[in-house]
Write a protein that binds this ligand. Structure first.
Ligand code: AMP
Length: 207
């Protein structure tokens, strides 16, 4: 099953992608995680995207598409994948259509204020890529999954969150219509508990 997860930053794409990957036994391809790994390892790509990510802007389409094309050509993607955070622009979606035929674009729809609250309280584990909200951590700063030290992502600061939401509204939201025109769009109400939303996502893809 080839799935694209659409939704604003903080809509829960990553959380649901991590669960889907276990349930469907297909990989989660998160361009954000790929860029963050390169940043951490200070690769040439990491250095190239550092400033862009810190400002909450999009990495150029050509770079992003090349990375995804390469990743989807690997053996573990043969039976499908969950694209989390890609495509994020019309150009990326059109490029993806040239080498892949995705089945569903699942759009997780969340109120803007809820997204701001979620992102500003978000804590991230750089070791296992787990994402949590302060309200569920009872003051602890260790990852409940792997024990790593939780951090606040630099791009979850208030101004960057606002910038990322602007980018989302201008550049990524048109993808909702793009996939609707192709008959691939499924809309999911992203408000509610993780469990509730996840069950809606499963229903949306016929599981
Ligand atoms: P995310 O973890 O998906 O919120 O991504 C974090 C950051 O990585 C974004 O704010 C962008 O700077 C960059 N990024 C991730 N995915 C893409 C993409 N598909 N196109 C361009 N930039 C991206």
């Amino acid at each position: 099953m080839k799935i694209v997860l659409l939704g604003a930053p903080g809509s829960g794409k990553g959380t649901h992608a991590q669960r889907l990957t276990k349930e469907l036994n297909i990989p989660q391809i998160s361009t954000g995680d790929i860029f963050r790994k390169n940043l951490k390892e200070e690769t040439p790509l990491g250095l190239q995207v550092k400033e862009i990510m810190a400002k909450g802007q999009l990495v150029p389409d050509a770079i992003t598409v090349a990375i995804v094309k390469d990743r989807l050509a690997q053996d573990d993607c043969a039976n499908g994948y969950i694209l989390d955070g890609f495509p994020r622009s019309l150009v990326q979606a059109e490029e993806l259509d040239k080498f892949e035929d995705v089945q569903f674009a699942v759009n997780i729809d969340v109120d803007k204020q809820a997204v701001i609250d979620r992102l500003s309280g978000r804590r991230f584990c750089p070791d296992c890529n787990g994402t949590y909200h302060v309200s569920t951590l009872n003051g602890q700063d260790k990852c409940p999954n792997c024990g790593g030290t939780l951090i606040t992502r630099q791009d979850d600061s208030e101004q960057t969150v606002r910038d990322r939401l602007d980018v989302y509204e201008k550049t990524t939201m048109p993808l909702i219509d793009y996939y609707a025109r192709q008959g691939k769009l499924v809309n999911v109400d992203g408000n509610g508990t993780i469990e509730e939303v996840y069950n809606r996502v499963l229903r949306a893809i016929g599981k």
